[in-house]
Design a binder for this molecule. Structure first.
Ligand SMILES: C[S@@+](CC[C@H](N)C(=O)[O-])C[C@H]1O[C@@H](n2cnc3c(N)ncnc32)[C@H](O)[C@@H]1O
Length: 338
């Protein structure tokens, strides 16, 4: 094996260690606390966050090594990189660290389940108590900027629904960021988000309240395929990275979506766009998608091609239009109840 190949893989390993150290600091509030305190030693930092001092002391050494912290007379402060890991800063690097740790967990599970073929489902994502509270914020950090800056202006359905004071529903809403982004941009919209995971709904309600949208946005726990009641027929039903979770029930889902829409209403699906040829997975922008597809298998899912989604709309009697973003890797498919 060549030395340069070894060096390349050592650099990969060091990159993942850097993100693992960051993850510990993010989920235990260390970056934010150091920002507030300015300079602190490990004992004061541990006391402030009610953490174990010996663990915090070792984390400070590791965070110093990876240049998240500087040190003076035994007291630490954040470097520029450390500041960038604070979850509350704009464009925070937090989603990258959380995503990497979730990836490590899912890879370990895939390695074990491959021996038996077991596919336990969604609950595997939620197994780690430190990761799951960050799941919604990770997705928001990764995808809200693309939605707000690029997708919203390019897809006319949103503005049209806003123009007649419409009702938007988000199925599999996570922490509710998508409806919050719509409410911010479109003052006449009101909405309902539904998710099967109680932690997501609790976060969605809290965040909507904090942004002053409690009167316009409602969040309920429930299953996308169950018989839940909408207060009125929807003008727009969105599903973001949720369709692939229920794709095996598409024969039931698509007619159900149509029946929940007003005449002329829209279904707006956003999914990673699985490429038509395997060779395209080698592109750096798609390697992450290939890894996600491997770990989705644990949950009983696989990633979809935009054309498959268009075909499902067609089968339900709905014409659909495809919008591609991010090098064609993100597909928004808009079906209409004509
Ligand atoms: C990848 S996350 C996407 C979350 C959110 N739409 C976003 O873009 O951030 C998929 C979401 O779908 C939810 N979900 C999956 N299957 C579901 C089902 N059958 N009923 C309700 N929610 C479901 C999960 O709880 C999870 O929050």
């Amino acid at each position: 094996m060549s030395d340069s190949l070894k060096q390349q893989f050592r650099a990969y390993a060091q990159g993942s260690s850097a993100l693992h150290v960051a993850f510990i600091g993010i989920v235990n509030g260390l970056f934010e606390a150091l920002n507030t305190m300015g300079f602190a030693d490990a004992t004061d930092l541990a006391r402030r966050l009610d953490l174990d001092t010996a663990y915090v002391a070792r984390w400070c050494d590791a965070a110093y090594a990876f240049e998240y912290l500087d040190e003076q007379d035994g007291r630490f402060c954040l470097t520029e990189r450390g500041q960038a890991m604070r979850p509350s800063v704009p464009q925070s690097l937090m989603p990258i660290a959380v995503h990497t740790m979730l990836g490590a967990h899912m890879a370990e599970r895939a390695a074990a389940f491959m021996r038996t073929g077991v596919r336990p489902g969604e609950q595997v994502v939620a197994e780690r108590e430190t990761i799951i509270p960050w799941f919604g914020a990770m997705l928001e950090g990764n995808f809200a900027p693309l939605f707000e800056n690029t997708i919203c202006p390019a897809v006319p359905a949103f503005a049209e629904v806003n123009s007649h004071r419409g009702f938007a529903v988000d199925l599999g809403c996570g922490n509710g960021w998508y409806l919050r982004a719509l409410a911010r941009r479109y003052p006449n919209l009101h909405g309902l988000g539904l998710d099967g995971f109680a932690e997501n709904i609790a976060q969605a309600r809290r965040l909507a309240q904090a942004e002053g949208f409690a009167d316009r946005l409602v969040f309920v726990e429930g299953d996308i395929l169950a018989d839940y009641e909408l207060p009125e027929r929807a003008d727009l039903i969105a599903m973001n990275r949720a369709l692939h979770h229920v794709w095996d029930r598409r024969a039931v889902l698509f007619p159900k979506l149509r029946s929940q829409l007003k005449a002329g209403g829209f279904v707006v699906i956003w999914e990673p766009n699985w490429p038509s040829e395997r060779a395209l997975l080698r592109d750096p922008s798609r390697k992450g998608m290939a890894f996600q597809n491997l770990t989705e298998h644990i949950q009983g899912n696989h990633l979809l091609k935009a054309d498959e989604i268009v075909a499902a709309f067609r089968q339900a009697g709905m014409p659909a239009e495809v919008y591609l973003f991010a090098n064609g890797n993100e597909a928004v498919i808009v079906g209409r109840n004509v």
